[in-house]
Unconditional design. Sequence first.
Length: 307
Amino acid sequence: MKEKAIKRSYFKTQTGDRVFAFALLLPAIITTVAFILIPVADSIYRSFFDYKVKNIISGKPGIWNDFANYTKLFSNGKLLPSITNTLVFVLGVVTVQFILGMALALILNSDIRFSRFIRSIMMVPWVVPTLISGLIWLWLFQPQYGLVKYFVGILTGGRVTEFAVLNNPATAMFGVSTAALWKQIPLAALLLLAGLANVPEEILEAAKIDGANGVQRFFNIILPYMKSVIKVTVSMSIIENFKQFPLFWTMTGGGPNNSTTTMAILSYREAFVSNNFGSGAAVTTVWMLLMIVVVFIYNRMFQADDM
């Protein structure tokens, strides 16, 4: 009898814990379904239809167009260049962000003076809204009176009269990437700095005594202990830069000559400039699938390293 009572009490406790845990998760589940899953499903659904402003005004459903939104995007030469620009931007920013973020984290993790003060002020760019960041760098890169042009003029002895970074198709992506790095490096450095706290000092000291130099300690001890933090940090960076829209729209609008037209810009143009919501939804669907593939490949690469 006692055993049965203990079992009943155990199962009641387990059931109560599960109900309580589900109750805590319920608001997050409802929010995810309502504001992420349903809009994503609706966007994918509309990408197969001819759906424009007139459909919204009249309330009439879109007309099935036999994948015309997708075939038109590939045939008119808009989609592939935007995919290339997106991948170039993501690869460049994520790589440089990790290198500079790790370097900054290593510096702040050392015994330098005012390290706590530096940790505090370095988060200012990350706190600034992305739209404001874009405006700041738009003014800095202004070709006539921008601060960057002023410093370039000083360094070149006044030989450079204009320095139009954002107006040149060859350098516009570099300008937007610089703004993205300025905003995102502080958070990456802070996350990596937290990961450095997981590296045992005893092992580093033992390796140093055994004759391992700084480079050997970094690659053979620090990086392996930080794998989980690096994986999360880089994954966040990939997703953040894949969906980057405010910086591009504020600083270049996708120009000049479509050199900074990413999938985010193309989706906006198709939906709200050309007023073709079906085509915009098709771009968004390809955009989402591409991001999923890139994140999947990245995670598989990490799993392969663990084997």
